[in-house]
Design a protein around this ligand. Sequence first.
Ligand code: ATP
Ligand code: MG
Length: 260
Amino acid sequence: MTGACGPGDGVPLIECRGLGLSRGGHPVLRQVDLTVGRAEIVGVLGRSGVGKSTLLRCIVGLERPDRGCVKLMGQDIGGLGEDELNSLRRQVGLVFQSAALFDSLSVFENVAFYPRRFLRLTESELGELVARHLAVVGLPGTERLMPAQLSGGMAKRVGIARCLAAEPKVILYDEPTAGLDPVMAAVLDRVIVDLRDDLGISAVVVTHDVRNALTVVDRAALLHGGTIYFEGRPDAFAETADPLVRQFVDGAVDGPLTDG
Ligand SMILES: Nc1ncnc2c1ncn2[C@@H]1O[C@H](COP(=O)(O)OP(=O)(O)OP(=O)(O)O)[C@@H](O)[C@H]1O
Ligand SMILES: [Mg+2]
C-alpha cells in the first residue's frame, strides 16, 4: 500500500494501462501503456498530432480517458474526488507546450503561485523559495520581469521553476525544446537532467525531436497509431531494423509513416 507521503520503492510514479480516448468520433489514443519510475527520464516520441499532449493531459487528470486507467503514486485517479486528485496532481508538474505563464503576473508571482496557495510562508521565506527555484533553472534575479519580456527559452524555464515550487516528484515536459536555438535547447536538456540527478525528480519528455531526446532520456516510447509502437533504451532506437522506427529516427521522407 502507498501512503499519502509517496510511493513505496517498487511503486511506479506514473502507470498508464490501456488508455483509450476518442475526439469527435476519431480515436486519438487506443491502447497506451506507459510506466515511469523513480528518478527516471522517459521520452514520449511521435509525429505531430499522434496524441502526445493528449496523453500528458490524461496523466494529470485534465482529461478523462474513455478506457483504461492512470495511476499516480499507485493510486488510480479515475475514482478520486477533486481534493484528492488535486493533492496528487501537485506532485506531478506539467510544463505546457507553450510555457503558459500568467501574462499579467511577474516572474516572481508566477513562481510564487503554488506556494502562496498551498504553503504557509512569510513573504521573506517566499522570496527565498522563488529565488532558489529561479537559480535552479539558471534565471537568478529575474523576479521583476513580466512574461512579455522573456525569450521563449526563459519563459519555458520560468514554467519549470513554477512547477518546482510545488515540489513535484515528476515533471511532464511538453516539447521543452521546440522553437529554441540549439544552445538554449541544450540548456533546457541540462536542467531536466540536473533536476533528476540533484533532486531525484523524474521526467516525461514529450517531443518530436527524436535525435535530441535520445541523448537525454533513459528510455523512450514511440507513440504511433494510438499505442506505444516501440519502447526501449536509446540504443534500441539506434539499432532497431523496424522500418517505421527507422523512418522516424532517420527523418526519412519515404517509408511506412508516410505511405498512404
Ligand atoms: N480540442 C480538440 N478537439 C478535437 N480534436 C482535438 C482537440 N485537441 C486535439 N485534438 C486532436 O487530437 C489529436 C492529438 O492531438 P495532440 O495535441 O495530443 O497531438 P500532439 O502529438 O501533441 O501533436 P504536436 O506534436 O503537434 O503537439 C490530433 O489529431 C488533434 O487534431
Ligand atoms: Mg503536443
